[in-house]
Design a binder for this molecule. Structure first.
Ligand SMILES: Cc1ncc(COP(=O)(O)O)c(C=O)c1O
Length: 486
């Protein structure tokens, strides 16, 4: 007789989920052999805290990864999802949409600056960056500039793991392994003022990092350039916020050459810089904004692309001439995700979490500045609102970095984890991006753990007097690998 049922395998116990034998069955984002030596498996979360499967508590100074905007275990969002689960969990994406998606689109249109008003929902950051790239190319085809296809973005940037988003990204540690990537993507140097790629010093630099973008467009032939894609504050370049003039100059270049300006606000959007969008913080309205992470606060996969009205209008022609926006995914505009997004936005507005992001951002800056006064290895403090970083240097005067292999940022970040603090760490910098609900006391405690962790690492290593060598790197570790999670 043929068996009709296969018995379900037994699940391992939750406490066993960080045992090496069971971790062999899962890919994680970190270098796996290294990670599995001290695996981090989170079991539950509340407010600004995580607990791992062993019951250890961590301050979440990075909102998971800039996601948990309204804190963990937010009852309003959970109740909104619960309600939606009872009503409808999926609507047919090939045939229409659902009330939650329409409501959220209209809410975003109200909140977005200028005439940014038409929304395409997706599930994650990379998907929505791809949507923006396709929107730019299709828009130019529909409006009589079919030769415009090139996407200009920046070195050291991160726009996501799918192949076009990766092609637009500028991080060699994540790109080279996947090459060859898609054609039609160009890169320029980012506005890393603290380490100007042109060897200049602000404000006497003529903002070369921005004006040279215009030169690149001219050299490439403006009739081939579809869009300029930038994060208002570059994350993987070390939380580099541009000089005030930078984004307005990009706006002028785009206006001059009929190029769409796309802001990847997947981190900076939804309040992180103290305004709903970093576009408002910098006073520059792009043609397209991409948001993701904080939009659903981590309660369901959700991202959105918001474009200006005149761009959306191009997609409304008669069916004989216009196929509409040729882009879509099965789970786009999922009603449960959109219900979460609506509740997150209501929570942010009702509790004035934008105001809280601004005031706690000032407190965080004061805390980082105090650390910089205490530790000469901190060369720079930068960022805006609840998105700030410190950069490590071996010599403040020359801004020399520690050798990559010394990985001070990685060491401090790992020590912070051991001390119960989750932050974003890289060999040369550490970033905080706590939930927008964070309190002053919690900011102080997070900074205090970082202080202790840095002090402990420096005490163990004679970092100020001796040259640092590769021996400081744990065997098998890659110094250039982003050790924190994205
Ligand atoms: C600025 C930025 N853009 C895009 C992405 C890609 O988002 P996702 O990982 O949801 O695809 C990320 C992810 O970290 C990001 O930080």
């Amino acid at each position: 007789m043929i068996a009709t049922k296969t018995p379900l395998p037994d699940l391992i116990d939750q406490a066993q989920t960080n045992e090496p034998a069971f971790l062999r069955q899962i890919f994680v984002r970190d270098q796996m052999a290294e990670w599995s030596k001290q695996p981090l498996v989170m079991a539950r979360a509340d407010g600004v805290f995580y607990w791992d499967v062993e019951g250890k508590r961590y301050f979440d100074a990075i909102s998971g990864i800039y996601v948990v905007s309204v804190g963990h275990n937010n009852r309003r969002v959970i109740e909104a999802i619960r309600h939606q689960l009872d009503v409808m969990t999926f609507s047919p994406p090939m045939h229409g949409t659902n009330p939650q998606a329409v409501q959220l689109a209209n809410l975003l249109a109200e909140l977005a600056p200028g005439d940014l008003s038409t929304v395409k929902f997706e599930c994650g950051g990379a998907e929505v960056v791809e949507a923006a790239i396709k929107l730019a190319r299709q828009y130019h085809k529909l409006t009589g500039s079919p030769g415009k296809y090139k996407i200009l973005s920046r070195y050291q940037s991160w726009h996501g793991s799918t192949l076009a988003a990766l092609s637009a990204s500028g991080l060699k540690s994540r790109k080279t392994v996947n090459e060859p990537l898609a054609p039609g993507f160009l890169h320029v140097f980012p506005p890393t003022c603290y380490r100007c790629p042109f060897g200049k010093t602000y404000p006497d630099c003529g903002i070369t990092c921005a004006t040279i973008v215009g030169d690149v467009v001219e050299m490439e032939d403006p009739s081939t350039v579809a869009a300029i894609l930038v994060e208002p504050i570059g994350h993987t370049s070390g939380v580099t916020d541009p000089p005030d003039e930078y984004l307005p100059i990009l706006r002028q270049i785009c206006d001059r050459h009929n190029i769409l300006l796309i802001f990847d606000e997947i981190i900076t959007g939804i309040g992180r810089t103290g305004r709903m969008f970093a576009a408002e913080t910098f006073g520059v309205t792009p043609d397209v904004i991409c948001i993701a992470k904080g939009l659903s606060g981590g309660y369901a996969p959700l991202s959105a692309m918001i474009c200006r009205r005149p761009i959306a209008e191009a997609f409304w022609g008669p069916i004989e001439e216009n196929p509409g926006f040729v882009e879509g995914h099965t789970f786009e505009g999922n009603p449960v995700s959109c219900a979460a997004g609506i509740a997150v936005l209501q929570e942010i507005l009702d509790r004035d979490l934008l105001g809280n992001a601004r005031s706690q951002g000032q407190r965080l800056r004061a805390g980082f500045d105090a650390l910089a006064r205490k530790y000469p290895v901190i060369g720079d403090v930068r960022g805006k609102g609840l998105f700030q970083a410190i950069e490590f240097v071996s010599d403040r005067a020359t801004r020399a970095r520690f050798p990559d292999a010394s990985a001070l940022g990685t060491r401090v970040g790992r020590r912070a984890l051991a001390n119960g603090l989750l932050c974003r760490f890289d060999p040369h910098w550490i970033a905080f991006g706590p939930p927008l609900v964070v309190t002053a006391e919690e900011i102080d405690e997070m900074v205090a753990i970082l202080d202790r962790s840095l002090g402990e690492v420096l005490a163990e290593l004679d970092l100020t007097s001796s040259a640092l060598g590769p021996t400081l790197l744990p065997a098998g570790g890659r110094a250039d690998a982003p050790a924190g999670r994205m």
